[in-house]
Ligand binder design. Structure first.
Ligand SMILES: [Zn+2]
Length: 88
């Protein structure tokens, strides 16, 4: 997928995340996409951590995210990397 003109490669599994925030490498980028209006935003790991009280299960965090554009709570939380751009 594209985000702000850059190619984003999600490494997160599709569907339910049985993963907790603390085991995810610190160099990944978190993106949240609204399933209703399609808005995609980069989110800060600390902001995600603040959404949870302790364990930081991604499935739990995902359910707490509400879209800042349309207000819906139906977000897809992804994490991964931006592909390096190669010029030659
Ligand atoms: Zn939305």
């Amino acid at each position: 997928m594209e985000y702000l003109g850059r190619k984003f490669i999600p490494t997160s599994p599709q569907g339910a995340h049985n993963t907790t925030l603390n085991i995810i490498p610190h160099d990944v980028t978190f993106l949240v996409q609204c399933r209703v209006c399609g808005v995609t935003r980069e989110v800060d790991r600390k902001a995600l951590g603040a959404k949870t009280n302790g364990a930081g299960e991604l499935a739990d965090i995902e359910q707490r995210l509400s879209c800042s554009s349309c207000g819906t709570k139906d977000a897809r939380l992804m994490y991964g990397y931006f592909a390096a751009s190669v010029s030659w």
